[in-house]
Design a protein around this ligand. Structure first.
Ligand code: GDP
Ligand code: MG
Length: 177
């Protein structure tokens, strides 16, 4: 078989960033394995998980990276960001400080990327409506002013988790194809 007969394959690296305990690991486990862990402490071992999505009849694989808890010490390395085509910037809608830190995460992401990165601002834990500290509109307007996609999710009850990843994967696909 000659080269031009091989089936096109897509593999995109996506990173998840944001303050500690905003739900990054649970968003990934909900998306990749439909699992939620109420007592997850530090993230255990795994560097990334691969998940396939079908776009325009093609299999697109996302290699989604989760910090191994380094964000606690502001020690996310440049190797983590290297080669990423997409990013989820996550905050916790019930903790304003995590929203205030989004700008810092965005700076860090931008300073490490040398290509177009599809970015989604994610307000996680939208199930915690009665302890909400960041309104939907605040999230929306930050995303608008920074040119990010925006969505609120709950890894706990699954709201919008698949959609958040799928929008990013589709945008990357559109950027490269
Ligand atoms: P990470 O440090 O950003 O990876 O955050 P984790 O995924 O480890 O989650 C931190 C804590 O928040 C854990 O106790 C989770 O069970 C909890 N958590 C994660 N996502 C949600 C969510 O959508 N809703 C609620 N209520 N709790 C969540
Ligand atoms: Mg984690």
């Amino acid at each position: 078989m000659s080269d031009d007969e091989t089936v096109e394959e897509y593999l995109f690296k996506i990173v998840i960033i944001g303050d500690s305990a905003v739900g990054k690991s649970n968003l990934l486990s909900r998306f990749a394995r439909n699992e939620f862990n109420a007592h997850s402490k530090a993230t255990i071992g795994v560097e990334f998980q691969t998940q396939s999505v079908e776009i325009d009849g093609k299999e697109v694989k996302a290699q989604i990276w989760d910090t191994a808890g380094q964000e606690r010490f502001r020690a996310v390395t440049s190797a983590y960001y290297r080669g990423a085509f997409g990013a989820l910037l996550v905050y916790d809608i019930s903790r304003r400080a995590t929203f205030d830190n989004v700008a810092r995460w965005l700076d860090e992401l931008n300073s490490h990327s040398d290509t177009t990165v599809a970015k989604m601002l994610v307000g996680n834990k939208c199930d915690l409506e009665n302890t909400r500290e960041v309104s939907l509109d605040e999230g929306k307007s930050l995303a608008e002013s920074e040119g990010l996609f925006f969505i609120e999710t709950s890894a706990l009850d699954s709201t919008n988790v698949g959609t958040a990843f799928e929008i990013v994967i589709r945008e990357i696909y559109n950027n490269v194809s």
